[in-house]
Design a protein around this ligand. Structure first.
Ligand SMILES: Nc1ncnc2c1ncn2[C@@H]1O[C@H](COP(=O)(O)OP(=O)(O)O)[C@@H](O)[C@H]1O
Ligand SMILES: [Mg+2]
Length: 246
């Protein structure tokens, strides 16, 4: 059976993914702070609702919803109109105070069903520490809870992205996290320094069961949002290679 792919809608990303993401797959977005993880996950939900006729929910444990909506608006995303049309739900911790009461996984699953949601973004994995305060650094239990979450999302038929922070985002010196193995895909974001200037880059580190590019691509964040420059090579890396051959 042919794999059904859905367009993420994130400018440039679907080229890198050779058509898009497998429907119903799970992707971890990881990288250092400020590399664009939140924006990428938000664009996935926004363009899904706007261009792909897929309702979405964005769950933020990192930023207040006002800040999120405002910064999205500065980047050309009119989240408000999507919310008003019932195509996007923004939700925030502390979960107990959420309108609509997404205080548990079951609450989330009900919300998904009630609103015909097809895309879920969770920013970030620390969500599970709020959901299960008693985990208390128990990493095996944490992993188990994330696995249960992934299974439930799969069962609900959604395609989903989860954001997690990692301190080092030098692609050459990456340490794998135990979490990496529970997701079907991993997209890594980073900044590469070139002299006094930083360049933003993206790479798809894995995507189980589907073909994708392994290259490193420059990304830009500007008034028209986050974009992957799929037909370019990062300047910073070109110079690195040239230096090797001198
Ligand atoms: N309007 C804007 N114009 C240019 N860059 C922006 C704008 N808004 C945010 N950014 C950039 O996006 C970055 C934040 O991206 P974000 O997705 O929040 O990162 P992360 O979630 O990885 O910490 C900021 O560090 C900032 O440099
Ligand atoms: Mg963030």
């Amino acid at each position: 059976m042919a794999i059904e792919r859905i367009k993420t809608g994130v400018p440039g990303l679907d080229h890198v993914l050779k058509g898009g993401l497998r429907r119903n797959s799970s992707v971890l977005i990881t990288g250092a702070p400020g590399t664009g993880k939140t924006l990428l996950a938000l664009e996935f939900v926004y363009f899904g609702a706007k261009d792909c006729n897929e309702n979405g929910i964005f769950i933020s444990t990192e930023e207040s919803l006002d800040v999120l909506e405002q910064s999205a608006s500065n980047l050309g995303m009119d989240i408000r109109s999507m919310i008003d049309k019932g195509k996007i739900i923004l939700a925030q911790k502390p979960l107990a105070t959420l309108k609509g009461g997404i205080a548990s996984l079951k609450g989330l699953l009900d919300t998904i069903k009630r609103n015909s949601i097809k895309r879920v973004a969770l920013d970030s994995l620390t969500f599970f520490e709020y959901l299960y305060p008693r985990l208390d650094g128990n990493s095996m239990e944490f992993r188990r809870q994330v696995l249960i979450f992934i299974q439930q999302m799969r069962g609900a038929g959604v395609t989903f992205m989860v954001v997690s922070e990692r301190p080092v985002s030098d692609f050459d010196r990456l340490t794998y996290d135990m979490m990496d193995f529970v997701f079907e895909g991993i997209i890594m974001l980073s900044r590469i320094r070139k002299g006094s200037y930083f360049e933003r880059v993206l790479t798809v580190a894995k995507l189980r069961g589907q073909d994708h590019s392994l290259d490193v691509y420059p990304i830009t964040i500007g008034p028209d949002g986050l974009k992957v420059l799929y037909d370019q090579t990062p300047f910073s890396l070109i110079e690195k290679e040239e230096a090797v051959f001198k």
